[in-house]
Design a protein around this ligand. Sequence first.
Ligand SMILES: C[S@@+](CC[C@H](N)C(=O)[O-])C[C@H]1O[C@@H](n2cnc3c(N)ncnc32)[C@H](O)[C@@H]1O
Length: 261
Amino acid sequence: MQSYETSPDFGVLYDAIPAYAAREDAAFYLEEAARGGRSVSVLEIGCGTGRVSLPLARAGHRLTGVDGSPAMLARFREKLAEEPEEVRQRVALVESDAREFSVPGGFDLAIAPFRVLQHLTTTRDHLACFATVRFHLAPGGRFAFDVFNPHYTLLVRDRAAEAEDTPETALPDGRTLRRTARVTRVRWVEQVSDVELIYYVRGGEAEERLVQAFPMRWFTPPELEHLLARTGFAVEAMLGGFDRQPLTDDAPEIVVVARAV
Ligand SMILES: C[S@@+](CC[C@H](N)C(=O)[O-])C[C@H]1O[C@@H](n2cnc3c(N)ncnc32)[C@H](O)[C@@H]1O
């Protein structure tokens, strides 16, 4: 999570990535919250800048967002300040680690959108996070999250060279941003890729090169089943995308909905 402190205004850079804004996951998490048939209480693990939390709060749900990054939370607070009072009242933000946090519990739904759990690299970390989430749920509460579906042909490809993933894009303050990505190493035994996202931020003649470097753990579906079973969950659904497509070899995501048992 320290990688999200790459610059003090990292949340602004994150929000400027068009591919993030275009993700179709928010609609999925809104549907999961709506399954309660009323406004529900939602715990978001790794809420970041509020990309998914804000639509949930606007839809009437109460939202507690936990995130370990001060920079991401700072951006969330800026955005929240522009929301109507009733939306602001429904949101509580807590700076804490996903493996060990304590907030008033009894949540109907916990979510961890956009591969948050892939930032946790060891089984010990996964068990700690899942058990902490479970502890905060109401009886029968649900836990919905997504991770990418590992495509091994992609993982073995040489991706050591920087490849542009975001062409020059305007930032709200007039600067511009371009981004490249590369994978510096794959640690097969640990199921981890070491990733660098490289932000080139230009203001006038000056250009800054900011490197967000982080390990990205991949999961297999059976591994997730085991982790969930060990921490008091039953799998309700394991899907291949936010459109609820089946989980096949080619599916882009592993989207999980589990219930506290
Ligand atoms: C890819 S961003 C996703 C943010 C948000 N959920 C979204 O969908 O836009 C991952 C977020 O997880 C947070 N994060 C990563 N590891 C964490 C940890 N161990 N504890 C708390 N937050 C963590 C980061 O700070 C970051 O805000």
